[in-house]
Ligand binder design. Structure first.
Ligand SMILES: Nc1ncnc2c1ncn2[C@@H]1O[C@H](COP(=O)(O)OP(=O)(O)O)[C@@H](O)[C@H]1O
Ligand SMILES: [Mg+2]
Length: 279
């Protein structure tokens, strides 16, 4: 029987909500912990199945998706969408090619060049790991001495950190926006308010509903056209009166967005994924 398989490495609220949503829609659904199995030539899914990949580690999620896709199995999001979203530089390059507004960014490969790149943007600026989430290891750099210290430390942290990704700091007020796109259609959004410049709800940002007006919807549709994918979570900043796309997440966490928006995000996701199962 065709099954919706939700892959995970840690069972978060999101994966439980997704399973409940599938049950409510009478969709045959199985949660599968990918930590306990190994992957080779033998498929562990049937060709009729559809897979929703929800591993915490971006690298693992993408690896499992690639293997399953090579075995002819439909995975949401696809490994190519994961590759774009899982690397902030790749996302920025894609957005820039599509002419979508985002914070100015620079990339460098040595601490010395990173300082020059940052000074080209001006202080303050934000340095982030190209691959990361929950606001971890972000550095707001206010002057040259801090820049020297941050880049020297990063240069010792290993290969993950030697691509220096730097953005201009955006005066965004006390909030940013997290918007959800299912099957190309924006379904809801929250503002995340905080006294800290890092507003992730995982870091204490307070979620409230944001009404999606035509301007934001049309921006989100262009993001989807550029990135692809069945389920995206997009971070936006508003500077003066203009929206900027900060980052695009494949999947992402949504537990704090259901109640404020009144939108059943997991129901929309499982419905869209199930519709993608092979005929
Ligand atoms: N360039 C920036 N200017 C102002 N605030 C920023 C900037 N970049 C990130 N932030 C703040 O930090 C948060 C986390 O940054 P983000 O790029 O989304 O990384 P993560 O993948 O860890 O969520 C954002 O939601 C925002 O509140
Ligand atoms: Mg983010």
């Amino acid at each position: 029987m065709p099954t919706l398989r939700i892959l995970f490495t840690r069972l978060r609220a999101e994966e439980k909500l997704l399973r409940e949503a599938a049950e409510k829609q009478n969709i045959p659904c199985e949660l599968q912990n990918v930590s306990n199995i190994w992957y080779g030539s033998r498929p562990f899914c049937d060709k009729g199945d559809v897979v929703l990949a929800r591993c915490i580690s971006h690298n693992q999620n993408e690896a499992v998706a690639q293997i399953l896709e090579s075995q002819g199995i439909k995975v949401v999001n696809s490994s190519s969408v994961m590759a774009l979203c899982g690397n902030k530089l790749s996302t920025s390059i894609a957005l820039a090619s599509a002419g979508i507004d985002q914070p100015e960014f620079r990339t460098a490969f040595t601490p010395e060049a990173a300082i020059e790149a940052l000074e080209d943007l001006g202080y303050p600026a934000v340095c982030k790991p190209v691959s990361g989430s929950w606001g971890r290891l972000l550095a707001k750099i206010n002057d040259r001495e801090s820049a020297e210290a941050v880049f020297e430390h990063k240069s010792m942290l290993g290969p993950m950190h030697n691509t220096f990704y730097i953005q201009e700091y955006i005066e965004k007020g006390d909030y940013d926006v997290r918007a959800f796109i299912v099957d190309g259609e924006p379904i809801c959004a929250i503002t995340r308010k905080s006294n800290h410049w890092i507003t992730n709800t995982a870091r204490g940002g307070i979620a409230s509903n944001l009404h999606l007006d035509d301007e934001v919807k049309s921006l989100l549709r262009s993001v989807h056209q550029t990135i692809g994918g069945e389920f995206l979570a997009v971070d936006l900043f508003k500077r003066d009166d203009r929206w900027l796309v900060n980052e695009v997440n494949d999947g992402g966490e949504f537990r704090n967005s259901i109640e404020p928006t009144g939108t059943d995000i997991p129901a929309a996701v499982v419905k869209a994924v199930w519709e993608k199962r092979p005929a």
